[in-house]
Write a protein that binds this ligand. Structure first.
Ligand code: SF4
Length: 268
């Protein structure tokens, strides 16, 4: 029998934060679709900009692929992919369908650009684990590092994360990508983390192929001191394990070269 091709699911890959993670791409498009254009993005520059939530893929199409999977050990079903998953306005319906199918734990990796919106918070609250990006400490650094679409403000992002955290019963992680451009901001980002009080803080650096160079293990260890007393982990301390994706090409399109570093940082 010919191997089955999957359009919307990819991996599994071994993620340092999620264990064996099966990716689900709810915005599947030819090119990345996002409301940020992070300078380190492993998916290349943002061409399809949008801040409007839309239905890109039907819940049935996702679930048909999930049901067609051969049995395998999965720690998390992770919404991520080739762009920002909260742009899918049926994200909540997808999470509910997975839940009803009894598929196990569900994670969403988001850039938090829309997290101040009640409909986005409602969808995210259905997940077990939400991982939000925090690379900046003010509007200027947000614009320099994450390059948001017009209208997205740092204040709304931070207020949105705080209000989401107050009502969320699952696990919340802040993920921070450090590089030369924001390493000097670590103390101010740590102050924000103390206000947000997440369950976990992940200090990361672009180890996957990127136009931005990673900071060294020593530099990341040094900036970890700003987070003393907080539940912090760094990517260099991560356990590394091999995974066997369903389809190598589909995984690389969303995830960068998953074989190169064998440790997976951004998605899923
Ligand atoms: S890293 Fe994520 S949020 Fe940033 S541009 Fe790439 S897909 Fe969008």
């Amino acid at each position: 029998m010919e191997p089955r091709e999957f359009k919307y699911i990819y991996g599994p890959v071994y993620s340092w934060r999620l264990g064996m993670s099966l990716g689900i791409d709810p915005v599947t498009q030819k090119s990345k679709i996002c409301n940020f254009d992070c300078v380190y993005c492993q998916l290349g520059r943002t061409v399809q900009w949008t801040t409007q939530r839309e239905e890109f893929v039907s819940v049935d199409a996702i679930m048909e692929e999930i049901h067609a999977l051969a049995p395998m050990a999965i720690d998390y079903y992770t919404f991520s992919g080739r762009g920002e998953p909260t742009l899918a306005k049926n994200l909540g319906a997808m999470i509910q369908a997975l839940r009803q199918a009894g598929k196990g734990k569900i994670a969403v990796i988001t850039n938090a650009a829309l997290i101040d919106q009640p409909d986005v918070q409602k969808d995210l609250s259905l997940a077990d684990f939400v991982l939000v990006k925090l690379d900046a400490c003010d509007q200027a650094s947000l614009e320099a590092i994450d390059v948001p679409a017009s209208g997205i403000t740092f204040l709304n992002i931070v207020d949105g994360i705080k209000s989401f955290q107050r009502n969320f019963s699952g696990r919340l992680a802040l993920q921070m990508m450090f590089m030369a451009g924001n390493i000097s901001l670590a103390a101010r980002i740590a102050e924000l983390a103390r206000e947000i009080r997440p369950d976990e803080i992940q200090l990361n650096t672009p180890l996957r192929p990127s136009v931005v160079s990673p900071v060294s293990e020593e530099e990341l260890k040094a900036l970890k001191k700003h987070f003393t007393g907080l539940p912090v982990v760094t990517v260099y301390e991560a356990e590394r394990k091999e995974a066997r994706p369903l389809d190598d090409k589909a995984t690389v399109r969303r995830h960068g070269n998953f074989k190169k570093g064998k440790v997976h940082l951004n998605a899923p």
